[in-house]
Design a protein around this ligand. Structure first.
Ligand code: IPM
Ligand code: MN
Length: 344
């Protein structure tokens, strides 16, 4: 191991996950950043083989790493072998909650030819609360009187730290220093009020950053009609989940969408993953676009203090993204990884 190597836990996962992660690691090596990696076998395959999702011992081991790089987990679409929620709640959300990855940062740069061409914005999605928290339950299941509730949990602490991160990001990312709060305060009056008041208080401390508010339904229109108007968006967990899929489509496809699940307090590793899923239908065909995974690895390097390499990789990813659209030439997962590495 080279001196000073960052210790990275690699969860390739299922489907195309291991393929895109391999390209990301190839590019990091080409950028000259030494990593000491350890592979972890987690995901649908492991669950189907062993019945394990995330054993406590594995979680404890992961805590000892500097970062986690994840490809994608999940069974093929339509497969009923893994019930819904088993991997989502048992692996992905458990990691987000246990490692306190309270910011889900998703940057978007509109590719040429996309309706978001030229747009450059980032979504800061609260990542540990909201309707994802697991509050609620079911009574009288299977009867005609069945009752299911699933509450949205919003704490002042959780909302405030996420909003503070968004303002800090707006100050540092070199854009117009603008933050849009997205919520549904006209209907979700309790949680919306908490978000809006907290947002206003933090905004009052940061006069250099301009702000605005949008209801989430209206934001879906603005995102499509004027994506270039955004700088930083901050929003709750579920709104952020939905809005970032839309943003991915607007910016040129989910195959380009990267994400960082951050623990900004740095009391444990942060986790980096492309937004897309395991895409079993194209696994092994060489048709998976690795750019989202490569950009996620660049976000990991940024978090690890390797800003120079992170900047070079991100630039190379965006240049390659432009080239892929413009030239319409044949490409494969590995050729895209090689091309990005070649641009560094
Ligand atoms: C995402 C995914 C996850 C989420 C699922 C797989 C739990 O859709 O990272 O956006 O809902 O957060
Ligand atoms: Mn999602």
């Amino acid at each position: 191991m080279p001196a000073g190597a960052h210790r990275v836990a690699v969860i390739g996962g299922d489907g195309i996950g291991p393929e895109v992660v391999a390209e990301a690691l190839k590019v990091v090596a080409a950028a000259g950043v030494p990593l000491e990696t350890a592979q972890f076998d987690l995901g649908a395959d492991r669950y189907l083989r062993t019945g394990d999702v995330l054993p406590d011992g594995v979680l404890e081991e992961l805590r000892g790493f500097d970062a986690v790089l994840l490809g994608a987990v999940g069974p093929p679409i339509g497969s009923t072998a893994v019930p819904p929620g088993v991997l989502e709640r048992g692996l992905l959300l458990r990691l987000r909650f246990e490692l306190d990855l309270y910011v889900n940062l998703r940057p978007f740069n509109g590719a040429p030819g996309s309706i978001g061409e030229g747009a450059d914005f980032a979504v800061v999605r609260e990542n540990t609360e909201g309707p994802y928290a697991g509050e609620g339950g079911v009574l009288r299941r299977g009867t005609r009187y069945e009752i299911a509730t699933q509450g949205s949990v919003n704490t002042r602490h959780g909302v405030e730290r996420c909003i503070r991160y968004a303002f800090g990001l707006a100050e540092s990312r070199g854009g117009p220093q603008h933050v849009t709060l997205v919520h549904k305060t006209n209907v979700l009056t309790y949680s919306g009020d908490l978000w809006q008041r907290t947002f206003a208080e933090v905004a009052a401390e940061r006069p250099a950053v301009s702000t605005r508010y949008q209801h989430v339904d209206a934001a879906c229109i603005f995102m499509v009609e004027r994506p270039g108007d955004y700088d930083v968006i901050v929003t709750d967990n579920l709104f952020g989940d939905i809005l970032t899929d839309l943003a991915g489509a607007v910016a040129g496809g989910i195959g380009l969408a990267a994400s960082a699940n951050l623990n900004p307090a740095r009391d444990g590793p942060s986790l980096f993953e492309p937004v897309h899923g395991a895409a079993h239908d194209i696994a092994g065909t060489g048709r998976a676009n690795p750019l989202a995974a490569i950009r996620s690895a660049a976000m990991m390097l940024e978090h690890l203090g390797e800003s120079d390499a992170a900047g070079r990789i991100t630039k190379a990813v965006l240049a390659e993204q432009t080239e892929m659209v413009r030239s319409a030439a044949e490409w494969s997962t590995a050729s895209v990884g090689d091309a990005v590495a070649g641009r560094l």
